[in-house]
Design a protein around this ligand. Structure first.
Ligand code: SF4
Ligand code: SF4
Length: 272
């Protein structure tokens, strides 16, 4: 089926139908909302919906049914959206319901979604939030990735040079002789269970410039923060600069301004 233009937010207008995309809040959906979706697809959507790769739901309807569908969804707090050159529905892993979680990714993803979803930007912006470096949301392969992790250090006063940790780390991030943790540390914190000398500080790392698709790209770490408020501030600043100076996707913007320049702008903003 040929797609013409996307005139309404959350609606992909096709020759003979509208594809409606629901912009779901990250994390979970309630029974009333699921019932409303079931009702809508049964009555107007050929009894069929597609679960999108970004945790959304979409289905086809006849254009004349758009108002009815929109009204039913609105009544249960569901919005049509997540298309076009906008900040798309934010994606989250299951967060604190997972035993690996380092932070509450669902709650943070919801805050980011409430604050930024739907705003106009030069090209679509995808934001994914992972509760730990296991990366269940592939946060390094979207425009802005957020990940709870640990910054690890070695307490020199506690280390007795036993060498037990010498070959422990999968990515060889531990320099046990100099008591240094290298930059390539993943930050899941396995080493803290091995020895009390390893100290872990919880941080929230922000990655920018990743993308999936045919020519995928891994995002670069921009900054690590201690609290969720600062995450919102940093995303605000990235989107502001991108909207002012960006043309292509965020990856092109990061390449053009340089990650270090962007980092310095962000650090300045955080200090004010
Ligand atoms: S990213 Fe981590 S916290 Fe989130 S679901 Fe995956 S393993 Fe669990
Ligand atoms: S947190 Fe993981 S990657 Fe980092 S030093 Fe410890 S074991 Fe290695």
């Amino acid at each position: 089926m040929h797609c013409n233009v996307n005139l309404k937010y959350g609606v992909i207008m096709k020759k003979d139908c509208y594809t409606i995309r629901i912009s779901l809040k990250p994390g979970f959906i309630n029974a009333e909302q699921l019932r409303a979706i079931a009702d809508v697809i049964e009555r107007y959507g050929k009894d069929k919906a597609h679960i999108t790769t970004r945790q959304g739901i979409e289905f086809d309807i006849s254009p004349e049914n758009f108002k009815d569908v929109n009204d039913i969804l609105k009544k249960v707090g569901l919005n049509i959206g997540s298309t076009g050159n906008r900040v798309r529905q934010v994606v989250s892993c299951i967060g604190l319901r997972c035993y690996n979680a380092i932070g509450d990714s669902v709650s943070l993803a919801r805050r980011i979604h409430e604050e930024f979803e739907g705003i106009w930007v030069p090209k679509k912006v995808k934001i994914n939030v992972s509760g730990c470096p296991n990366s269940c949301t592939y946060h390094k392969f979207c425009d802005i990735g957020v990940c709870y992790r640990y910054k690890i250090s070695i307490d020199k006063n506690l280390c007795n040079n036993c060498g037990k940790c010498k070959d422990f780390c999968d990515v060889n991030a531990i320099d046990w002789e100099n008591k240094v943790i290298h930059e390539n540390c993943i930050g899941e914190g396995r080493c803290t269970a091995l020895c009390n000398s390893f100290k872990a500080e919880r941080v929230i790392s922000i990655f920018v410039g990743g993308k999936g698709g045919r020519i995928w790209k891994e995002g670069k770490e921009l900054i690590s923060l201690k609290n969720e408020e600062d995450v919102l501030l940093v995303i605000d600043e990235i989107l502001l600069s991108y909207s002012k100076f960006g043309h292509g996707r965020i990856t092109d913007f990061v390449d053009s301004v340089g990650i270090e320049n962007l980092r310095q702008t962000i650090i300045k903003k955080l200090k004010n």
